[in-house]
Design a binder for this molecule. Structure first.
Ligand code: COI
Length: 356
């Protein structure tokens, strides 16, 4: 594939914040990748251009009916000065599962990887080097046809933008406080909870703002039907250490299949830790935390990596998890996964993809 490249005349001239000052996603790099789709031509015109606003018709279907999917992955600075990605094949696989659910065209895995590689290498000026920092890569597909009828678009735009990032939560690797929503839900089975589409995120803001006002970091979502079983936390998957077992809610159809979730399970199993995917009720969690049967809880995600949970607010009670500190398994998993991502640990699973 030939990617047409138009370089920004001001590329690599803006000043960059120090690695320690990086937040999440406020700074975008100099360039973006774009590619168009129409039902008659398929995917065409791959190109990299200076980062710019998009021009959309006011009735572009994405703006009214949310025909949209996105992904999130990171590029890491490696010890040899190169650049690594972590399991990018999983992102394109999930993106194509999401596009199928949203009646959007699938995207070729090799083109996806070539586009990410070309763009990240071009904008490597922005790659921070300290551990915990990275370039966050945001591939996105939107329905661009101008039409007010509720129907699948005949045209789409796929684009990728990059953002140098630090930790997703201001707590970094310190334990977060989580608020359990027993009133509002994120996704119901049969809906689109397992697709990475923007419509899953906007409706959570109301509850996450309420949680923040009460001093919590994020919301723990329960199942939509019984409001009984744990599903996800914020934009991440969730794990519990129950006795000596690592437990995570099974993918019920309303839970996003996280790349870090899968990686954590594989790493833990390789250490002979018993890993179980099953339904976990909030009662079991509350009781387990009170009795000490549950010693750790943590969230996993590309943005948040492994993020320990210190306290869970449920039905007016703040229940500490273990000692309320970062637990040993969360620490060990974080070190292992981050070590593979940043290239200073062996990669027995072959997850690291060096692109420069
Ligand atoms: C990610 O971890 O990549 C996410 O999707 C979180 C994001 C919505 C900020």
């Amino acid at each position: 594939m030939d990617i047409a490249i138009t370089k920004s005349p001001t590329a690599a001239t803006r000043s960059k914040p120090a690695d320690a000052d990086l937040g999440f996603g406020q700074i975008l790099t100099d360039h973006m990748f774009l590619m168009d789709y129409s039902t008659s031509r398929g995917w065409h015109s791959p190109r990299i251009e200076p980062y710019h606003d998009l021009t959309l018709d006011p009735v572009a279907i994405v703006l009214h009916y949310n025909q949209q999917v996105f992904e999130g992955l990171k590029a890491y600075h490696l010890p040899d000065g190169g650049i690594g990605l972590f399991r990018p094949d999983k992102n394109v696989e999930r993106m194509n599962a999401s596009t199928e659910r949203m009646v959007m065209p699938s995207f070729d895995a090799e083109v996806f990887l070539a586009a990410v590689k070309e763009l990240v290498v071009l904008d490597r000026y922005w790659l921070p080097t300290s551990e915990g920092t990275a370039i966050y890569i945001r591939p996105t597909m939107i329905a661009t046809e101008a039409a007010l009828g509720v129907q699948p678009s005949e045209t789409y735009l796929f684009f990728i933008v990059l953002s140098p990032v630090g930790p997703y939560y201001k707590e970094g690797f310190n334990p977060t406080r989580i608020f359990v929503s027993d009133e509002y839900i994120r996704a119901a089975r049969g809906g689109v909870g397992n697709a990475k589409t923007s419509g899953n995120y906007g409706p959570t803001l109301y509850v996450s703002e309420e949680a923040k006002e009460r001093g919590y970091t994020q919301v723990l979502w329960l199942d939509a039907v019984e409001r009984k079983y744990v599903e996800e936390v914020g934009t991440s998957n969730i794990f519990f250490v129950i006795d000596d077992e690592l437990v995570t809610p099974s993918l019920s159809g309303s839970i996003l299949s996280g790349v870090t979730r899968d990686s954590v399970m594989q790493v833990a199993r390789s250490w002979d830790i018993e890993v179980t995917e099953r339904r976990v009720s909030m009662e079991e969690v509350a009781e387990g935390c009170r009795s000490g049967k549950i010693s750790e809880a943590f969230a996993t995600g590309t943005a948040a990596v492994v993020s320990p949970i210190g306290e869970i607010g449920y039905m007016g009670e703040d229940i500490p998890v273990g000692e309320g500190e970062t637990g040993p398994l969360a620490r060990r998993l974080y070190d292992e996964i981050v070590g593979i991502q940043y290239g200073y640990k062996d990669d027995p699973f072959g997850w690291r993809v060096q692109i420069a």
